[in-house]
Design a protein around this ligand. Sequence first.
Ligand code: FUB
Length: 328
Amino acid sequence: MTKTRHLVKHIYTADPSAHVFEGKIYIYPSHDIDAGVPEDDLGSHFDMRDYHVFSMDSIDGEVTDHGVVLDKKDVPWVGRQMWAPDAAYKNGTYYFYFPAKDKNDIFRIGVATSSSPKGPFKPQPEAIKKSFSIDPAVFGDDDGEFYMYFGGIWGGQLQRWRTGKFNPNGPKPDDNEPADNEPAMCAKVARMTADMLEFAEDPRDLVILDENGKPLLAGDHDRRFFEAAWMHKYKGKYYFSYSTGNTHFICYAIADNPYGPFTYKGKVLTPVVGWTSHHSIVEFKGKWYLFHHDSKLSGGQTHLRSIKVAEITYRPDGTIETLDGLME
Ligand code: FUB
């Protein structure tokens, strides 16, 4: 493989969540479209309406498009903007998790099921109770428990939930953010119920500490969580990776358990072409890969992105070598 390659060229795709199911790589991305909505800091231009699933037998191999697996018109609670999804497998069923704005324009997270990793997926009639914000990543631990990691600030509305209730007001998308010298807002984590359809507990804060054991500050834009949560396990440690949003890095932090606290460790990926950066990390046939996206194929248009893959390397101490977002 060259250092990186675009995987899908016939439609625009973003936010790839990759998993190994039935011996193949399955990718669950957003399906970017040009809906003609002007760009703003709330991400209104990301007005996606459905999802496709892709698979490949080998990392260099052909990518198969399995077509539309879930459409906005089939989900009764959804108003608009179907954003970054993920999938999980348990006991013969595949679960597809997706964020979307409800009819009140509040982001919620829904779930749909299928007997095949290819879908199509049948949605639950309601969003997951107590779900909010965006970018679900569902991680299955070795003991059989599953956890959802989620959240995203500005367009993802996390800052509007700081009191525990949704605050719809404010002239700017970021006006409920903490001050620069206050602890940064946290991603959220919740254990899933045995049937995978609900949260088994109220979502908790996923705290990221700096090298001195202090929570990262809201003003630390190069390191604090913004969106695009992902969890993987490597040599018994929990790796939480995420996007820093307005500084465009993919960073990671490590913990000894799925709830943390996590300690910041470094960058996985430097900025790509385009505003957003979003990823997943997965092991396949003994090697580790970063699935991500950029806007190169659309000439840099923020809302028209294309998914990619690149190999990642762990150093002997478990840290990850930083990849260049502009690599070819
Ligand atoms: O694709 C829409 C949003 O852009 C995602 O939910 C974010 O993570 C960012 O990639």
